[in-house]
Write a protein that binds this ligand. Structure first.
Ligand SMILES: [Zn+2]
Length: 322
């Protein structure tokens, strides 16, 4: 299935932006480093002048080899001086180069004349997220997450705002570093679980990370359907769920529970945990309901391998709409 191909032009445009951003950041960093150590710019200029000598030597003809050797030595000396100066600040010349998201294609989107796999992954992500409801995605970001909607003292006497501000911080950190971690958001409907999951997704997508989002009912419905389709050896949805950089499953517990959904959920959890690929799962069920609804091997993974965060407070959707 190649439905994602129509998203390739858009993915290429995003790649271009990524490349620009990486190069702009590198140029700014270089400027600030050169400002601290002006000798570095002189070295660059001297190197450029020496390089001109190469073409001059080529034209002169006589003793070309000896001249080249002399030039090579000069360049190496200048480069060594540069590294020495940089090392006084704990830097190397690599720190002056752009930090590309994709090292395969340096964010050009092409490798060996072909479209790089990073572009294809991005196109797949774009397709997935349109399927998951792009409109919701548009409204959800860390900036629009409103902590004042959480009471400092809820009905049970808990400080819901303090709790949420911690969850918000964890989510931001996760989106910022994308260090390996699994998040499990537990709490009633309307407490911001989807909002935070999509905010994380948005930040990571902009970095070119392959994020796939599903609500649990959609995920299992698609998997069930593809299970019976004859032409797919491995279903596309399952492959995406297993291989993407970050898998988000929203509203776990609202899917139709069958032996198939349970064994597929276990398979996905197990595969991703084994290959250390992060997940964010949210559920409207209580901790007890999760233990009751899922077999022990699933519950123990959710509570043992995920950092679980409880969401509490008043129903945000009700407050917003009133
Ligand atoms: Zn690439």
């Amino acid at each position: 299935m190649a439905g994602y191909k129509k998203y390739i032009p858009e993915a290429m445009r995003l790649k271009e932006k990524q490349k620009e951003l990486a190069e702009r950041k590198a140029a700014a960093k270089k400027d600030s480093i050169y400002l601290m150590m002006p000798r570095l710019r002189e070295i660059d200029n001297e190197k450029a002048e020496v390089m001109i000598g190469v073409s001059r030597a080529a034209m002169a003809g006589s003793d070309y080899e000896a001249e080249l050797e002399r030039i090579r030595y000069k360049i190496e000396t200048l480069q060594a001086e540069k590294e020495t100066i940089l090392s006084t600040k704990g830097l190397t010349s690599n720190d002056l180069k752009p930090l590309y998201v994709c090292s395969d294609c340096s964010d050009s989107g092409r490798k060996d004349g072909e479209i790089c796999s990073c572009v294809k992954n991005m196109a797949k992500t774009l397709m997935m997220n349109e399927a998951a409801g792009g409109t919701v995605m548009d409204q959800c970001s860390f900036e629009t997450f409103d902590l004042t909607l959480y009471p400092q003292k809820d009905k049970a006497g808990n400080n819901a705002r303090q709790n949420m501000s911690k969850v918000l911080e964890v989510s931001r950190d996760f989106a910022e570093s994308f260090a390996y971690k699994n998040l499990f958001f537990v709490g009633r409907t309307g407490l911001g679980k989807t909002h935070l999951s999509l905010s994380i997704a948005k930040v990571l997508l902009n970095k070119g990370i392959d994020v796939v989002y599903f609500s649990a009912p959609t995920l299992f419905m698609k998997l069930e359907r593809e299970r019976f389709s004859r032409d797919a050896m491995l279903s596309e949805t399952l492959e995406n769920a297993l291989k993407c950089d970050l898998l988000i499953i929203d509203d776990l517990g609202t899917e139709l529970k069958t032996q198939f959904t349970l064994s597929t959920l276990y398979h996905i959890l197990n595969e991703r945990l084994n290959s250390k690929k992060p997940m964010i799962i949210s559920s409207n069920l209580s901790v007890q309901e999760i233990h009751e609804s899922y077999e022990e091997r699933i519950a123990s993974r959710l509570f043992g391998n995920f950092d679980a965060y409880m969401f509490y407070g008043n129903d945000i959707r009700r407050i917003k709409n009133s």
